[in-house]
Design a protein around this ligand. Structure first.
Ligand code: 13P
Length: 250
C-alpha cells in the first residue's frame, strides 16, 4: 500500500491561505500521484474551500474532529453527516490535543470511531504516550489501552477503513522527533496489537508516525518497517516544507 502523507493544519491559516496552499500542492504534484496518498485536515470552516481547491486531484480532505451524534443540542460541535455533506471523507479521532487539552476520553474516541465508520468516513485513531509515561516505562501500556479502547467493538470487516497514527506527545510541536528506532519499536508493537484484534485484516492497516516530522527526517521515518505514512503538523503549513515530505515517500 502507498504511504499516506497527511497534513494536520490544527487551528492555523486563514481562508485564502488554506485554499492557496491546497491549490499549490495540486499544481506541484504529479497527477496521478503514484507513490503516495495525500490527505489534508484543515479547520472546519475551510474544509469546503480546500475541497474546491483539490477538486481535480487525488488529494483527500478530512476534519480534525467530529461529534459522535448525528445532530442535537451540542453547541460548538460538528457531526459526521455535516462532514459528509461538505464532502470530507476522513476524520482525525483522539488527537493528543483533543485528549490532553480538551479532556477527551478513550470512551469518547471509541464512540467517534464507530460513528465515523457508520457514515463511511475513514477515521484515523491517534494514540501516543506523554513524556512522563515514556520515562516511567509505560509507553506500551498507554498505547495498548488507547488502541484497544478506541477500536473496541469495531469488526475486522471495517479494518480497511481505519488508519492508526502513533504520535508521542513529547514529540508534537517540540522539535523532538522519535528516532526511527524508537518509532519503529512502537509501530511494531501496534502492528502486533492490530493483528491480535483483527487477525489478518490488522496486518494491512496503515500506521502513521506523527511528531515533528520535517523534510530532514521524513525519509528515514518512511523507510522504517511498519511506518505506513506520516501525520505532519507544523511542516504541513507551507509547501516548501510539506512538498519535500511528500516527495520523501517516492
Ligand atoms: P508537529 O508536526 O507540529 O509536531 O505536529 C504533529 C501533530 O500533532 C500532527 O497531528
Amino acid at each position: 500500500m502507498k504511504p499516506l502523507i497527511a497534513g494536520n493544519w490544527k487551528m492555523h491559516l486563514n481562508r485564502a491561505d488554506a485554499a492557496a496552499l491546497a491549490g499549490e500542492l495540486v499544481r506541484s504534484l504529479p497527477a496521478p500521484l503514484e507513490y503516495a496518498d495525500v490527505a489534508l485536515f484543515p479547520p472546519f470552516p475551510y474544509i469546503a474551500d480546500v475541497l474546491g481547491a483539490v477538486a481535480d486531484s487525488d488529494i483527500e480532505v478530512g476534519a480534525q474532529n467530529m461529534h459522535e451524534a448525528d445532530r442535537g443540542a451540542f453547541t460548538g460541535e460538528v457531526s459526521g453527516p455535516m462532514l459528509l455533506d461538505v464532502g470530507a471523507t476522513r476524520v482525525l479521532v483522539g488527537h493528543s490535543e483533543r485528549r490532553h487539552v480538551f479532556g477527551e476520553s478513550d470512551g469518547a474516541t471509541n464512540q467517534k470511531i464507530k460513528a465515523a465508520l457508520g457514515h463511511d468516513i475513514a477515521p484515523t485513531l491517534c494514540v501516543g504516550e506523554q513524556l512522563e509515561e515514556r520515562e516511567a516505562g509505560q509507553t506500551e501500556a498507554v498505547v495498548e489501552r488507547q488502541l484497544r479502547a478506541g477500536l473496541d467493538g469495531v469488526s475486522a470487516e471495517r479494518a480497511n477503513t481505519v488508519t492508526v497514527a502513533y504520535e508521542p506527545v513529547w514529540a508534537i510541536g517540540t522539535g523532538l522527533t522519535a528516532s526511527p528506532e524508537q518509532a519503529g519499536e512502537v509501530h511494531a508493537f501496534i502492528r502486533g496489537l492490530l493483528i491480535d484484534i483483527w487477525g489478518d485484516a490488522g496486518a494491512r492497516v496503515r500506521i502513521l508516525y506523527g511528531g515533528s516530522v520535517k523534510p530532514a527526517n521524513a525519509s528515514a521515518l518512511l523507510k522504517t518497517p511498519e511506518i505506513g505514512g506520516v501525520l505532519v503538523g507544523g511542516a504541513s503549513l507551507t509547501t516548501n516544507l510539506f512538498l519535500p515530505i511528500i516527495r520523501a515517500a517516492e
